[in-house]
Design a protein around this ligand. Sequence first.
Ligand SMILES: Cc1cc2nc3c(=O)[nH]c(=O)nc-3n(C[C@H](O)[C@H](O)[C@H](O)COP(=O)(O)O)c2cc1C
Length: 321
Amino acid sequence: MKIGNRFVDLPIIQGGMAVSVSTAELSCAVANEGGIGVIGATGLSLEEVKRQLQEARAMTKGILGLNIMVAARNFKDVVYESLRQKVDVIIAGAGFSKDVFGICREWKTPLITMVSSVKVAKLAERLGAAAVIVEGRDAGGHLGTEEKTEDLLPAICEAVSIPVIAAGGFIDGQGISRVMELGAAGVQMGTRFLLSSECTVHDNFKELLMKSKISDLVRILSPVGLPANAIKTPLVEKLLAGDESIRPENCRGCLKRCSGSFCILDALLRARNGDYERGLFFTGSNFPAIKKIMSVKEIIGNLLEEAKSCMAGTTKPSPNS
Ligand SMILES: Cc1cc2nc3c(=O)[nH]c(=O)nc-3n(C[C@H](O)[C@H](O)[C@H](O)COP(=O)(O)O)c2cc1C
């Protein structure tokens, strides 16, 4: 996979995960295996973004990215801080900003944008995106579509000539080889890497995903104004019931626009810190297929094995699931 003028040995991007879910430890582990390791910058202060990038840079010579949600109020400040820190690639999620293309062009840093339609993919290419990530309804984090990635992919691959990366529900080599056959240049994976030894979230987060069933997964409407897949926790039940008691008492104004139904920053931070009662636990919908927490090295080793055996037509059961 080629992003800007850099070749990526392993066509795998570890998806940026907000509020300290994907931190320096996880992103370095992925970058050291030849993929793109991504720090999730949403919910971090500029000082924290700087520290995370510096920590990560000290631990890897691989490719490091930074993901920031366009919906975040400090979006542009974070982009500038990460450019000053010489991040290798910027990934803009949850929304679309035309301005960021000009900024990244000026700093000669590749920009990847999340898309869920041919129209937006073509616009991103015209504005100078180095690649696009097509994310369907099975993904963790905020969703821009109700369609499956595999259904969106062929038309988008046909419409643009920049690399198209598939995201949403991929956990094994079979999924990777399937989307590569459909024309994807690579895959972005979030939940599989959240359930790795290097991910620094509280063990309660990982254990909750490991013991939950597909019937525990619900679709919520985030205060950002976008739907998202989350585990049904007491906070989520209150949200679905329209309980006003979860409305924030204080607001830090972290989003450009917020419905105020609850404080997403606090809820994601509580999940990160393992608070089942009051946390919001985002996950991709394929989480029940993951049976084991493994190191990034093992996960990637298995992905390669599986993808190779798929290509050779000798598909084996996935050790990653
Ligand atoms: C806990 C969590 C937090 C996420 N935060 C972000 C984010 O801040 N920005 C973003 O663009 N995507 C975010 N995502 C989406 C991932 O980057 C990735 O695209 C997605 O997880 C892919 O789907 P999968 O989890 O099924 O692999 C998040 C996903 C999860 C599970």
